[in-house]
Design a binder for this molecule. Sequence first.
Ligand code: NAD
Length: 434
Amino acid sequence: MTIAIIGTGFVGVTTAAVYAEHGHTVYGVDIDERKVESLKTGVVPFFEPGLEDLLKKGVEAGNLHFTTSYTVAVPTADIIMVAVGTPSQVDGAINDAYVIAACESVAPLLKTGAIVIIKSTVPPNLIPKFEQIIRAKTQTEFYLATMPEFLKEGTAVEDTLHPDRVVIGTTNPGVADKLKELNQVFNVPMLVVSPQSAQMIKYASNSYLAQRITFINQIANVCEKVGADIQEVIKGIGFDHRIGDHYWYPGLGYGGSCFPKDVRELAHMADSLEINDNLFSWMRTANAHRVDEVLREFSSQVDGWDGKTVAILGLAFKPQTDDTRDAPAQFIIPQLIRAGATVRGYDPKARFMMTADLSTSADRYTPTSSIAEAVKNADVIMSVIEWPEIINFDFGPHKAQDKQQWFIDIRNQFDPARVRGWGYKYSGIGRNNV
Ligand code: NAD
């Protein structure tokens, strides 16, 4: 089949490279000229393990193309996937302007029988609107479907090559058959549901995972006060097969490009539908306050941030990505600077961008090119993201002599006894008796 993918971000490039790997002719379209020029030469303009090899393979094989021109990509396409961004607005609703623009651009170029798939995460009630927008600009017969994306940054290639399931949102049996044919190579369960249900599956999945993070943070808060240890509690609840011991991450709350945005949208949806006292609005507030809450707790342990030098290890929102959207460090660093600290930041791939309101304090943030440089003589070392390079680092030789240094283990990744053995004062999240 010939496939046009509109938007070549994390989702678009990965999807394009995987369908090209499976022998389809794929065009990736983006309005960002620099991104397209880079992709044409087989270079991924962001970090995603394994993606560049797959991209190069497709580009060199000649069946994976990138262009800024809809006219080049859309007229021959059997399937058009819209994978542009849907960032949050202030009120929590997504900004659907990019999806609308993509729909308007593809509409006049569609060939008869083309299937336009909304792959971007959008609220279910917007699907008919997108269909109307396309219909208003073409006389050609086309079909609109949805196919939400479940990949995770950091393992995007693996997730796309071997998804848990494929969800196809359509009520048209012919479209369902065609999309099943496209995806049968993955050999995984395929679920055909209405376009609205498909999008709700996406929102429900992400908000459930985010909810586990919010829940375990609440349990960690109680643990701290009652002398229990969250890691022991996680072990214990994990034996119940209804609960499991996986996917429990006490820490600074959920971040990244998807969970915060999708929970905010779900909260907005529930509020506007007058579904009162909804869990999502509460989660949204709890997550927004989480960094403040944790920093306040640690501030009292380290005797305030004013005048302290703090090393922040891990600037991306999780390991194996350079994506800093809603990453904890983006909130921690400005807070610490406002509280009077000087901050050094290290991440194997990501960078912290100073916000405009802190430009007068720009000298209070220093990016470093190694962990050793970041932690040298710091008053507080904060391990924020569990990059293997960070959690396997031997901090012992870097302990300053004759100086009290705190080691704050935001992800509870370190053995407290080992950290104390290095000479640091240890503190984690929800930890006691360690
Ligand atoms: P992204 O911000 O990385 O990329 C979006 C791309 O779309 C950008 O390159 C931008 O230039 C391009 N674009 C914007 N308007 C365009 C237009 N009119 N025509 C062509 N290109 C245009 O976004 P992403 O992280 O890949 O996410 C895309 C969608 O997939 C979002 O709705 C997101 O919620 C969803 N999603 C993301 C992930 C993830 O982990 N990133 C996972 C699942 C679902």
